[in-house]
Design a protein around this ligand. Structure first.
Ligand code: RNT
Ligand code: ZN
Length: 418
């Protein structure tokens, strides 16, 4: 290891240890955290099934940066490249439209065999896999409704697709020896104020109950449900709102997914996590960054990311939390987007873990809010960067911005030649 990195680490470690923080233990705990890299950042949410379908469902990618993955092999190659720059062992989050098959099939006909190439790749590389049914970008989702559709035939199509998705997820979990988190997100909603808010919710509840009627061991598959406040074209009403899924997940023992872009622009998810996990068993995060709306910008080291990380650490919630990323920026290098977002998420967790949590909690209980504020603020400029550099170096991943030159090289040699 570079002696500067080692020396800076030793000095930084002493500062943290003065406050009783066991830095080696922190790094060991950090190395066990898995982040799920969302495959859809790699190709602007296009997928390989039903090629040519426009992205729908009230989500949007802007930008046309060259080099996005056009085949499953290219997408895997790009993910591998990103993982070279991210310390630790992580997961890949697939959507159903990323099936790797030559067969012309529809979403309701998908089977585990259509994902065999993904599984053997993940096995070889030691990655875990997560999954999502794709209830958008499809002719049967054109009017903005899927599982809550008033037409029973359309509903049935989506129910079949979601059932097929759970089977695929189960096979991932079985094959890879770690549970696959399957996240159910549907776009259903109205642009303008509805007259009947209840009936679509009743239909959604019934569809979900049907989908989940077959028991699947949580050893293989964990079902999560994701709420949303509004989308493009569903500004006035979304069937699967936060309250809907909170009630659903609690009464059905499901995992609740919080996407940081799915609430009012000034509302944060960090303040919600402890309340949910007091009553619910598990949490899925879609770490994203809304800018004025659910814009899915690349995750940066902003206050909310830090607050999410602090909540997970201070509340001892990490063991019950699955962390996935969810952003799609088509205006920058696709591989760099993953690297920046994932490194930031890990770095935020590290920063949170390096805080003297027990000591701060004591000070708070004593009512010494002056010290609480003073210490929390001083800790913001403690040398976590030196610990992070050491962690990256030890994991044989590039230190600081060194990864950028490698991404630029990859861009020139591979991405721009596509
Ligand atoms: C949409 C949701 C959902 C999607 C992915 C592609 O608002 O956040 O998680 O981003 O399924
Ligand atoms: Zn999401």
């Amino acid at each position: 290891m570079d002696t500067n990195i080692q020396n800076s680490y030793n000095e930084a470690k002493k500062l943290y240890e003065k406050h009783g923080v066991d830095v080696e233990d922190v790094l060991e705990r950090l190395s066990r955290i898995k982040i799920s890299l969302h495959c859809w950042q790699g190709d602007d949410v296009r997928g390989f099934l039903n090629k040519g379908q426009e992205l729908s469902g009230g989500i949007a990618v802007t930008g046309s940066y060259p080099g996005r993955a056009g085949t499953p092999d290219q997408l895997r190659q790009d993910l591998e490249k990103a993982f070279e720059f991210i310390p630790g062992q992580h997961k890949v989050n697939l959507h159903a439209i990323y099936a790797d098959t030559e067969e012309h099939i529809d979403l309701d006909e998908l089977e585990p065999r259509h994902f065999e190439n993904w599984v053997s790749w993940a096995k070889e590389k030691g990655y875990g896999l997560d999954f999502n049914p794709t209830c958008f970008s499809h002719d049967k989702a054109k009017d903005g409704f899927t599982l809550s559709h008033s037409n029973p035939e359309i509903r049935e199509f989506w129910i079949k697709h979601c059932k097929a998705s759970r089977k695929i997820a189960e096979s991932f979990g079985r094959e890879l020896g770690q549970p696959c988190v399957t996240n159910f997100w549907i776009p259903d909603g109205y642009k303008d104020t509805p007259v009947d808010r209840m009936s679509p919710r009743v239909r959604l509840m019934e569809s979900l109950d049907d989908i989940f009627s077959e028991p699947i061991s949580e050893e293989y598959n964990i079902d999560a449900v994701e709420s949303k406040l509004f989308g493009i074209g569903s500004e006035s009403y979304v069937v699967g709102s936060h309250e809907f899924y909170m009630g659903y997940a609690l009464t059905r023992g499901k995992t609740l997914c919080f996407d940081s872009g799915h609430f009012h622009p000034t509302e944060t998810i960090s303040n919600k996590l402890s309340s949910w996990l007091l009553f619910g068993d598990q949490l899925l995060l879609h770490v994203s960054r809304p800018v004025r709306w659910d814009s899915d910008h690349v995750v940066t080291m902003d206050d909310e990311l830090l607050d999410i990380a602090r909540e997970l650490v201070r509340g001892e919630l990490l063991d019950k939390t699955h962390i996935g990323l969810d952003f799609f920026d088509g205006s920058i290098n696709h591989v760099a987007a993953w690297v920046i977002g994932t490194r930031n998420t890990l770095k935020a967790l590290l920063r949170a873990m390096l805080e003297p949590v027990d000591k701060l909690k004591e000070i708070e209980l004593e009512g010494d809010f002056t010290s609480r504020l003073a210490l929390v603020e001083e800790f913001k400029s403690y040398p976590f960067g030196a610990i992070w550099d050491y962690y990256c170096s030890k994991a044989d991943t590039p230190v600081r911005e060194d990864w950028l030159a490698e991404v630029k090289h990859y861009e020139k040699e591979v991405l721009f030649k596509r």
